[in-house]
Design a protein around this ligand. Structure first.
Ligand code: ADP
Ligand code: MG
Length: 350
């Protein structure tokens, strides 16, 4: 049974509905990320789970119990936000102790648990400092300790690392994952950073237009995106129209495309392919699923070179680690690796 379940949630602000018939199911102990572009409703979803906002319809179940109308302070969830939201006039100790004080925990127990948490986030010895005397990364660790000290069954993170510099972000996300595994809490983590969420999550839910478009393990999302939107999110840059005629898949120029496994039903597909799964060779060379073209743009990317190639099917982006660099205007052959192509059935309205 799922620990947390959002069923048919419709919610928004005034008359502007952000989530429509939204579903989410989170298993106990899982680290689940909500990924999506800015404004897609990630924070709104988190606020509903926390109890800051209420849905217009639908229900929220926690451990099988309907908590849709349970007030925030009785949900016992922990939050960590982007802005650390520490109390500036309180020491680190008092910031971390805050949730325990609210729960009238006795002094000795409070002391013990605060010190445990500070040790866990590697801030032992900082008890008497004030937030202004600490770096961004340290403050965020105080926020983490403060949220976890009440031993919540569910931790909610809203882009907690986005105010930190790139290096610290990577370090902190490993820390968060380590602590989550050590304490065993369930986590919902909101981010717009794909790499970050793939690195730390058991499950990733990608949001688009107020719904979850795909929820799966990072590896499955990466290798088996189910929609063009998801495919674009995980690095597919080429989308070729395909028609099935008499059992054969035809590209727009009438050329057959060979793939190892023909899709089940439907006649219209998008073939999605990543730049690195397209070979590039001098014109006339024989390659798998060949396409002739002319190099329009050459971009040096360090480990490889990216080419924008004009072909009868439009512009195709490929990248190659070869030392030979094709200059602008070169006539080339592209080879589409059939076993790397993802076929997505085109929807009537796309
Ligand atoms: N307090 C609010 N009042 C009115 N509209 C809001 C409020 N908060 C968010 N919105 C709107 O709801 C939409 C979703 O916002 P949000 O959930 O914050 O997105 P995300 O966290 O994915 O960037 C946005 O269009 C935003 O402008
Ligand atoms: Mg947000």
């Amino acid at each position: 049974m799922a620990l947390l379940e959002l069923q048919g949630i419709t919610a928004g602000y005034d008359k502007n509905m952000i989530l429509r018939d939204f579903h989410l199911s989170v298993s106990r102990g899982d680290f689940v990320s909500l990924l999506g572009s800015s404004g897609c409703g990630k924070t709104t979803t988190l606020r509903l789970i926390a109890g800051f906002n209420a849905p217009v319809s639908g229900s929220i179940l926690f451990d099988g119990r309907d908590i849709t109308n349970v007030p925030l302070h009785r949900r016992n969830f922990g939050f960590v936000f982007q802005s650390y939201a520490l109390f500036p006039h309180m020491t680190v100790f008092d910031n971390v102790a805050f949730g325990l004080k609210m729960r009238k925990t006795d002094r000795r127990e409070t002391e013990k648990r605060v010190m445990e948490m500070l040790e866990l986030v590697d801030l032992k010895g900082f008890e008497r400092r004030y937030p202004r005397e600490m770096s961004g990364g340290q403050r965020q660790r105080v926020a983490l300790a403060r949220a976890m000290v009440i031993r919540p069954e569910l931790m909610l993170f809203d882009e907690p690392l986005s105010n930190l510099d790139a290096k610290l972000r990577v370090k902190m996300r490993v820390e968060i994952r380590r602590i989550q595994q050590e304490l065993g809490f369930t986590a919902i983590y909101v981010t717009h950073d794909q790499e970050e969420c793939f690195a730390i999550s058991d499950q990733v839910a990608i949001m688009n237009g107020g719904v979850i478009e795909q929820m799966d393990t990072p590896a499955h999302i990466y290798t088996r995106p189910r929609t063009e939107f998801i495919a674009r999110f995980v690095g597919f840059e080429n989308f070729l129209n395909l028609q099935r005629r008499g059992g054969v898949l035809l590209l727009e120029n009438g050329q057959p495309l060979s793939v190892p496994e023909a899709p089940g039903t439907g006649d219209t597909f998008k073939a999605c392919i990543r730049p690195e799964d397209i070979q590039i060779a001098p014109e006339g060379e024989s390659l798998e699923n060949p396409l002739q073209g002319e190099v329009m743009v050459t971009t040096f990317l360090g480990r490889n070179v990216q080419y924008n190639v004009s072909t009868p099917l439009g512009e195709i982006v490929c990248s190659s680690a070869q030392e030979h660099v094709y200059s602008i205007g070169s006539r080339v052959t592209l080879g589409l690796s059939g076993n790397k192509i993802i076929l997505i059935e085109a929807r009537p309205n796309s």
